[in-house]
Design a protein around this ligand. Structure first.
Ligand code: SAH
Length: 363
């Protein structure tokens, strides 16, 4: 009864729940009603359509040392690679020709004048080849506002920068001392000022994380007025400080997947009209993890279009799926999977979130 009442309120209007009510959804005994309501809200906001982004993992060289991440600077076991500009442009254009309305270029974090110029050149070349209607999302970490501005002017429309957790104390436990939660928030605000559609998100199932903290994460998404959300379960990587000590077995994996799906559903019920990705990390925990993400309220998937030879080296967590596949394999597979979850693939569409489109029509 209690849960039904919360779901009624959430479905009726966005941002209607208290933090305690969000936490109650995340910890409810039976999540089926939660998933069903979130799916109903997704259908109302964006229908059966599922937006596609081809994901290019452009390099794993990173100056950061996040305690959970497999490509952290301190992991000497990683074979480092950087795709060249020609290669990144070729993959983006191939994705465009294959019907992807947008791509995401993601990599480890490098901040330097040379890096800024390199990415700027790549963006201009992709835009020249694919035109202005093609969506380009960047996920290249924290940069200064001028760099964000230059990349925006060169053709990037959207930027993904997860806050990882909205709790500064928890953030400090999962990062080295010189990584700053405040700086990350500032970066998110700079991105909004530069006119990007801003995406953020968190990992769920971090050591010490509570339902209350995850509920606060969802409130944080509203506070920064995010247009897109990408969230995923924390999956320990054995060659990292946090991963080496985190317990892991089949039961924990199943619970972590369930928590990831609950976060998608509760976020959909709180924000209604943002884009929410069914992250690859869901699929790492179950073969049908992304389909379940769509049924819990997600409306975006990001099939990997990175050349097969690099995929195994971009391992943020263990069990990453599809590392032996190429872009064409992923395209056919994902279409089948999305249709099995009652969705329709939006090929050749940029797929801006309804939330963003509403903001634009008001200003
Ligand atoms: N360098 C970019 C891209 C980071 S990788 C940036 O700083 O934004 C993309 C995301 O992978 C991270 O934001 C983090 O949330 C996620 N990730 C990293 N390690 C992970 C792990 N062990 N389990 C689950 N997700 C992880």
């Amino acid at each position: 009864m209690e849960i039904d009442h919360i779901l009624d309120k959430a479905e009726a209007s966005p941002r209607a729940l208290t933090r305690a009510e969000l936490a109650a959804l995340l910890s409810a005994e039976d999540a089926d009603a939660l998933f069903a309501r979130a799916l109903a809200v997704r259908m109302r906001a964006s229908g059966r359509g599922v937006s596609m982004r081809g994901l290019i993992e452009a390099g794993n060289v990173c100056s950061k040392d996040c305690l959970y991440c497999g490509i952290r600077k301190g992991n000497a076991k990683v074979r480092r690679y950087e795709m060249g500009a020609d290669e990144i442009v070729a993959e983006a254009v191939a994705a465009f020709k294959a019907g992807y309305g947008s791509v995401v270029v993601q990599s480890g974090e490098i901040a330097s004048p040379a890096r800024t110029a390199f990415v700027e050149d790549v963006l201009k070349r992709i835009r020249d080849a694919a035109g202005d209607g093609f969506g380009i999302t960047l996920s290249l970490g924290e940069q200064d506002e001028e760099t964000y501005m230059r990349w925006r002017a060169a053709g990037a429309h959207r930027y993904l920068l997860r806050i990882e957790t909205s709790d500064p104390a928890l953030y400090a436990k999962i990062h080295p001392a010189d990584h700053s939660w405040q700086r990350r928030v500032e970066a998110l605000r700079a991105l909004a000022r530069c006119g990007y559609q801003v995406g953020t998100g968190v990992m769920c199932g971090l050591p010490g994380q509570t339902f209350d903290s995850l509920a606060a994460d969802i409130e944080f998404f509203a506070q920064i007025d995010a247009d897109m959300i990408g969230m995923g379960p924390f999956i320990p990587h054995p060659d990292t400080p946090l991963g080496a000590s985190a317990p892991w077995n089949a039961q924990i994996a199943a619970e972590r997947l369930d928590l990831g799906l609950r976060m998608i559903a509760a976020t959909r019920l709180y924000l209604h009209d943002v884009n929410i990705a069914a992250a690859t990390a869901l699929q790492a925990l179950a073969p049908d993890g992304r389909e379940r993400g769509l049924l819990a309220g997600a409306n975006v998937v990001m099939p990997n279009v990175t050349p097969a030879r690099y995929r195994a080296d971009y391992k943020l967590y263990v069990g990453k799926p599809c590392i032996g596949e190429n872009a064409a394999d992923c395209r056919a597979c994902i279409q089948r999977r999305i249709e099995s979850a009652g969705g329709t693939v939006l090929w050749n569409e940029r797929g801006d979130s309804p939330h963003w489109r509403k903001k634009c029509s008001h200003s």
